[in-house]
Design a protein around this ligand. Structure first.
Ligand code: PRX
Length: 646
């Protein structure tokens, strides 16, 4: 294989690095050789009510399966993100909120103001009956109140479950019911790219399917007309009148749950990934500082949505724990025009920018001019997350956006991992476009073959993590058995990531993508089984099989094979109906790119759908279908090839 393109650490970065190459080796070496003392020392970066004396206590073996970190410690996550900064950073800006429409006003909150807002929000929640351990669903647009809501839950020990505002009422209802959440926090509506998202109306529809729901707290964000149901719905601004501006922070065990976040897997409905308090906060705070070389006074912008793990870990918890000034953006990168994101960088003098390859590819398609007409001189570090970054997008980010000055920090991680797992540290690692390079302290990645043999040296296979780390998820809500089965049964004693990876001769990791039936659409996970279940709910559909296929901007697009019930006529109209149906069932992120009507699907004689073949046909790569002789009816394949959707 040709020598990969390499961008060595610049002289300037060698000088300014918080952790240089040697420093990384020492740090990483200690974290693996002596995790107990390493992590107890790291734990000092948090403010503990009771400092822990135990670090990790875990076993991935079935007989003794358990994962705990700092179990004897007590802390409050919100107090770590707010109160402890008040003495030294009370007047520092915590949140700069940039509205969807550049003509609207920016809102800023100092740490002192954030304290007041979060305390008030917490008191409103208490006033509505929310108690420690209760689940609170948050279905919000990207407004500061979304961050207040998360932190207010953390302050009183309630467990938040954020549902992305792009999910449909059905998807929202499923998530409310799964975690038995009696409370929803929402807004009248949200704004995105000049359009209104009817959040409250969606909650009303979800409520019909979620009898467990008792109270809906509604933030007035847009003034949109909504109906309020007596006894159930409460305006936040009314409830907040007269509540106290101080609310004591609940003393929580390090292992008390902080939040649930639903994510898609290869089978079944989305899983409620549970993260706890101490280890998660330590992990997000440490990785935020290391990966982005975060320094006091930096303006930091993570352009994700709070509805995803990236928003939880790197808009709210990690950066606020570090006392950062965080930009929170309501809109999308390319509205009103494709210069918007760079204009926001200049407007707020952003030093660190963190975004997704899919956004870069969309912007790249509009050329360099929208970038070049802005300054971007404030930028120092550029991060990326969510999917493999193709070298073209990487180079564009590096050369055009960063003017060749800013290291690109390609962070590989997952909802399950809580925070960054493999990523270069600026100033420590040479960069290679497409490689996430090296593990974070305490992360012990291994590459295995299909039989579970550990491959050494340069190798390609399945990526597992051999040791627990503080930010690891602790369970699947209400289904601990599923937690074990999903992540620890494939390769006994190891956490299986469901990603493939390659390690090159330098020891750098390259993530090759999911090896299960999860599709990565614009950096968002979508289970093929979820889309299939939505399709077969339609009265015309007998059977569906969904696969991913490469998409220039989104990374992957959704391609659905649909077998209709007998007597139903295939038509373009029906195709449009089914696309809309899936959007209504799940949300716009699940929109199928293509629907192919198939009289039948390729199955083995035992009835198993051969997805490998369906993937090839969707990709238009029919030259190497492999062995089709085991199919029950090999002729099916010819029909599918002839009718493939370009
Ligand atoms: O396949 C990997 C991909 O995104 C998956 C995790 O998705 P999710 O839980 O939604 O979290 C996204 C934000 C962390 C992974 O299994 N992925 C994430 N980051 C990268 C990536 N693939 C390649 N390179 C990355 N930097």
């Amino acid at each position: 294989m040709a020598e990969p393109e390499r961008y060595p650490v610049s002289d300037e970065w060698k000088k300014r690095a918080r952790v240089d190459a040697g420093g990384y080796e020492t740090l990483y070496g200690r974290s693996i050789a002596d995790p107990g003392s390493f992590w107890l020392e790291q734990a000092r970066r948090l403010d503990w009510i009771k400092r822990p004396e135990i670090a990790g206590d875990w076993s991935f073996d079935e007989a003794d399966f358990h994962i705990e970190w700092f179990a004897d410690g007590k802390l409050n996550v919100a107090a770590n993100c707010i109160d402890r900064h008040l003495a030294t950073r009370g007047d520092t800006t915590a949140i700069i909120w940039e509205p969807d429409d550049p003509k609207d006003s920016v809102r800023t909150y100092t740490y002192r103001e954030l304290h007041r807002e979060v305390c008030r929000f917490a008191n409103v929640l208490k006033g509505q009956g929310v108690q420690k351990g209760d689940r609170v669903t948050i279905y919000m647009p990207m407004i500061p109140e979304a961050a207040f809501a998360l932190l207010a839950c953390a302050r009183i020990g309630a467990i938040h479950s954020v549902v992305f505002g792009g999910f449909s009422p059905d998807a929202l209802a499923g998530r409310i019911v799964d975690c038995d959440s009696a409370y929803v926090i929402t807004a009248d509506a949200g704004r995105r790219a000049g359009k209104m998202v009817p959040l409250k109306t969606n909650v009303d529809k979800a409520a019909d399917q979620a009898p467990v729901l008792k109270k809906v707290i509604v933030v007035q964000a847009t003034g949109a007309d909504v109906t309020m149901k007596d006894g159930r719905d409460v305006w936040y601004h009314e409830a907040a009148q007269g509540v106290g501006e101080d609310c004591p922070a609940e003393a929580m065990d390090a292992e008390d749950p902080l939040f649930i976040l639903y994510t898609s897997g290869s089978t079944g409905k989305p899983k409620g990934v549970l993260h706890t308090s101490g280890g998660y906060l330590l992990w997000t705070s440490l990785t935020h500082e290391l990966a982005f070389d975060y320094r006091e006074g930096d303006v930091y912008w993570c352009a994700a949505d709070i509805g995803w793990i990236t928003g939880h870990s790197y808009i709210v918890y990690g950066p606020l724990a570090n006392g950062a000034t965080v930009v929170m953006y309501e809109g999308v990168p390319n509205w009103p025009d494709s210069s918007r994101i760079w204009q926001v960088v200049d407007k707020h003098q952003v030093n660190i920018l963190y975004t997704a390859p899919t956004a870069l590819r969309a912007l790249m398609a509009d050329g360099d001019e929208p970038v070049k007409k802005t300054s971007r001189a404030s930028l120092r570090v550029l991060g990326t997350v969510g999917e493999p970054i193709n070298p073209e997008a990487w180079r564009w980010y590096y050369n055009v956006v960063g003017d060749g000055r800013c290291p690109i920090i390609d962070t590989w991680w997952q909802t399950e991992t809580g925070g960054h797992m493999i990523a270069p540290l600026p100033g420590a690692h040479d960069l290679k476009p497409g490689s996430a390079t090296r593990p974070m302290p305490g992360v012990d990645p291994q590459i295995l073959d299909a039989d579970g043999n550990v491959l050494t040296g340069a190798a390609q296979g399945n990526l597992v993590i051999a040791k627990s780390w503080p930010g690891q998820m602790r369970t699947v809500w209400n289904d601990h058995e599923r937690f074990f089965q999903t992540y620890f049964s494939t390769y006994p004693g190891k956490y299986f990531t469901s990603d493939g990876a390659r390690r090159d001769a330098d020891g750098d990791y390259w993530i090759t993508g999911r090896v299960d039936d999860v599709i990565n659409v614009s950096g968002h996970r979508m289970g093929t089984a979820e889309v299939e279940s939505a399709l077969v709910l339609h009265e015309s559909v007998a059977e569906a099989a969904v696969v991913g296929r490469p998409h220039e901007v989104k990374g992957q697009g959704i391609y659905a094979y649909v077998t209709l019930n007998s007597g139903v006529e295939a038509s373009d109209d029906l195709r449009r109906t089914l696309v809309q149906w899936v959007r209504d069932e799940i949300g716009p992120i699940a929109t199928p790119e293509a629907i192919q009507f198939a009289p039948s699907l390729p199955k083995t004689r035992s009835g198993k759908i051969m997805r490998r073949i369906l993937r090839k046909i969707a990709e238009g790569d029919t030259s190497s279908l492999g062995d089709t002789s085991t199919l029950a009816d090999p002729d099916v394949v010819d029909h599918l090839i002839e009718n493939g959707v370009a």
